[in-house]
Write a protein that binds this ligand. Structure first.
Ligand code: COA
Length: 276
């Protein structure tokens, strides 16, 4: 017996509840804001999967005369089909932004409008190309992403999931940097080299870390899990786990007082009471 439309929708929602929620939110927006309706249909409602919609959205933003949207969209969708982790990580990133950013009221908002999310997903495609040995195309995509979003992440940088890059303008992440899961990074953060080292020369940021706006973490230093780096700090040495550092150059100012600062997004420095 043929399935009803309602049964098909219920099945799809059970398989991918996050995508279904995004679709529901966007359908409500399209009804409430007719000026955006055709954009919302083209970007989300006309697509069966989150991966298809993401390919459409990113291609529309990153297209250029030498790499038109149709070709770019195919490339992004091929990457996500070849490595299903790309889509799973995108879902974890959407949840991270929704949970941590007080300005994100719905799951659909980072997906549709937040350039930190878009730049990160573009990096994930560039990183896949890099791992496939397609270095020229990966570097092309890095350059285009930097032009469009003002976020410059080398395609070889290894970035986990559940990452929020908030506001995102002027974020720079170097070639040998590692960012583990559930990290939050504010705008104007650099994970760069000192300029004095070669080879493995970039920071290693462990899980759960919160990096405040404008912080510069330089060299092959480790920021231990669940630590916090104050806004505007210059970090030149290892940061122990569960520690707060701040200043230029950064110094330890106390424990991080949080189970996972990246999730709590508590930027107050020098607290001793515990925020969890
Ligand atoms: C300049 C730089 C390489 C430091 O080089 P250096 O002369 O070898 O300095 P050191 O790391 O030995 O530090 C010397 C002192 O200056 C301090 N210092 C170093 N860089 C500093 C900075 N940017 N601001 C303030 N103080 C700084 C150090 O804490 C140290 O202080 P101390 O002697 O009291 O311990 C590095 O800090 C820097 O700023 N590099 C720029 C790299 C960059 O822009 N990278 C981004 C790439 S995307």
């Amino acid at each position: 017996m043929a399935k009803t439309q309602a049964a098909r929708l219920a099945e799809a929602a059970a398989l991918d509840p996050l995508w279904q929620t995004i679709r529901d939110e966007v359908a409500a927006s399209a009804a409430a804001e007719p000026v955006l309706a055709s954009f919302l249909h083209a970007s989300v409602l006309n697509h069966k999967t989150l991966e298809d919609a993401l390919g459409f959205i990113l291609a529309g933003k990153l297209e250029s005369p030498v790499l038109p949207a149709m070709l770019l969209r195919e490339l992004i969708i091929d990457a996500m089909a070849a490595d299903p982790q790309l889509g799973q990580r995108a879902r974890a990133d959407i949840r991270a932004v929704r949970e941590r950013d007080p300005a994100a009221h719905r799951l659909s908002e980072p997906f549709m409008y937040f350039k930190g999310f878009h730049a990160l997903q573009s990096h994930r495609v560039a990183n896949w190309l890099w791992r496939e040995g397609r270095h020229s195309l990966a570097l092309f995509l890095q350059g285009r992403t930097s032009e469009v979003f003002a976020v410059d992440i080398h395609p070889a940088a290894r970035i986990g999931q559940g990452i929020m890059i908030d506001h995102a303008t002027s974020v720079v992440i170097g070639e040998t940097a590692v960012v583990e899961d559930n990290v939050s990074i504010l705008h104007e953060v650099t994970l760069g080299g000192t300029g004095k080292e070669s080879g493995d020369r970039h920071p290693k940021v462990r899980r759960g870390v919160l990096i405040g706006a404008g912080a510069k973490i330089l060299g092959n230093v480790e920021v231990g899990e669940c630590s916090r780096v104050g806004a505007g700090s210059v970090v030149l040495a290892n940061v122990p786990p569960r520690t707060t550092v701040a200043g230029v150059p950064a110094e330890v100012i106390g424990p991080s007082d949080c189970m996972e600062p990246a999730r709590e997004m508590d930027h107050r420095l020098g607290r001793r009471g515990g925020c969890c």
